[in-house]
Design a protein around this ligand. Structure first.
Ligand code: F6R
Ligand code: MG
Ligand code: MG
Length: 368
């Protein structure tokens, strides 16, 4: 049987500031999804947050981009925004860019990572959710899971992984995509995805033991900044990754996060900083609105039902990465308004430069 695993998320208001989703909004979302489960719209669900992003995780049999599933998510976000407005939460409804829903939530503001696949006998899936960063933040960890033998031992020693994977990469500026196979096209892949503000990994497909047209990983690639044409909020990304038995083991899927790599999007969407892997209870963005966070909730799915889940970074094995992230955060912060802590001019989401240039217009002199 085929199951669809959907993560749909939006920032519908923070409390306090941009730090966290309030428990009242999480409760509201749980209530709504419980009703939808009773009505048979979805099979199962899990609601959580990463920082100020409300995360709806749903299992069903309706495939990707389904109107009733996306409509359900949209209505949950709408109602949560209303409650956030009443309670005066910060940035209430900020990620809902349009007033009306028309078939699916793509382009309306929420971020989506969903995939339909034939369930294996046992189906472990990890939902990764990030706050204060952008979709390209997933390039390095997803690459390492599926293409780096120094991360994933299975690529070398498991016959089921040895033929590698196929990467679907999107050029989010030109709205184009390209498919690349690893290991043969590894250098071409890296030439693209190293430029993470433009080229993002959208999906990964298997090349042997599993159906080749069914994704094994998917990343949300909505760029709020570009959807709206001006800065109205972040595009904090989410990803779903299937694990084990012909795919990277659960521990190989988590291993890349032992290295807190630098990502863009901290403070006003305009700074680089380390991504810190944390437990859900630690996913509140406090220090300089960060540092950027990632949580990982692992699920077992059987016949479309969530039969168990675990908060995977709630583990001392990631303490070192958290401490390292703190150290890097300190180091980056000491650059203050200087690059590379501050993003290059064209990537900043807030800027005063046009005004500063206008003010100084008459004072710029030619130099030889
Ligand atoms: C939002 C975020 C924050 C805000 C910052 C300024 O998710 O990352 O860093 O950009 O708090 O917000 P405003 O301009 O709303 O005061
Ligand atoms: Mg926010
Ligand atoms: Mg956010």
């Amino acid at each position: 049987m085929k199951t669809t695993f959907s993560i749909i998320k939006a920032d519908v208001g923070g409390c306090p500031g941009h730090a966290k989703v309030n428990e009242k909004l999480i409760e509201l979302a749980k209530e709504k999804l419980k009703k939808a489960k009773e009505q048979g719209i979805i099979k199962d669900f899990f609601v959580t947050n990463c920082g100020d992003d409300l995360e709806l995780i749903m299992t069903h049999d309706k495939g990707e981009n389904n109107e009733s599933i996306h409509g359900l998510a949209w209505n949950v976000f709408k109602e949560a925004s209303e409650l956030a407005k009443q309670l005066g939460f910060y940035g209430a409804g900020q990620d809902l860019l349009k007033d009306a829903f028309s078939g699916n939530v793509r382009g309306l503001g929420p971020g989506i990572a969903e995939m339909e696949f034939t369930e294996r006998k046992s189906e472990p899936i990890v939902a990764f959710m990030m706050d204060k960063t952008e979709p390209g933040a997933f390039n390095l960890p997803i690459y390492r899971m599926f293409a780096d033998p120094f991360n994933t031992a299975g690529l070398i020693i498991d016959p089921k992984l040895h033929s590698g994977f196929k990467f679907e990469v999107w050029d989010i500026k030109e709205h184009k995509r390209v498919f690349l196979n690893t290991p043969e096209e590894m250098y071409d892949l890296l030439a693209l995805i190293g430029a993470k503000s433009r080229f993002v990994i959208k999906r990964v497909y298997p090349r042997s033991s599993l159906p080749e047209d069914e994704p094994v990983a998917v990343v949300s690639t909505e760029k709020l900044f570009q959807i709206a044409g001006e800065y109205i909020g972040k595009d904090d990304p989410v990803a779903a990754v299937r694990a084990q038995s012909g795919l990277p083991a659960l521990g190989e899927v988590l291993e890349p996060f032992a290295f807190p790599h630098l990502v863009s999007g901290w403070m006003r969407g305009s700074h680089n900083g380390p991504i810190m892997p944390v437990a859900n209870k630690q996913a509140k963005c406090t220090r300089f609105d960060g540092p950027p966070r990632v949580i990982a909730i692992g699920f077992q799915v059987k016949n479309g039902m969530i039969t168990g889940h675990e908060d995977l970074f709630d583990d001392p094995a990631f303490d070192y990465a958290r401490n390292k992230a703190q150290e890097i955060a300190d180091y980056m912060r000491r650059h203050g308004p200087f690059e590379p802590h501050r993003l290059p001019l064209e990537e900043m989401e807030y800027t005063t430069l046009p005004k500063v240039m206008e003010k100084l217009k008459g004072r710029f002199e030619d130099v030889e």
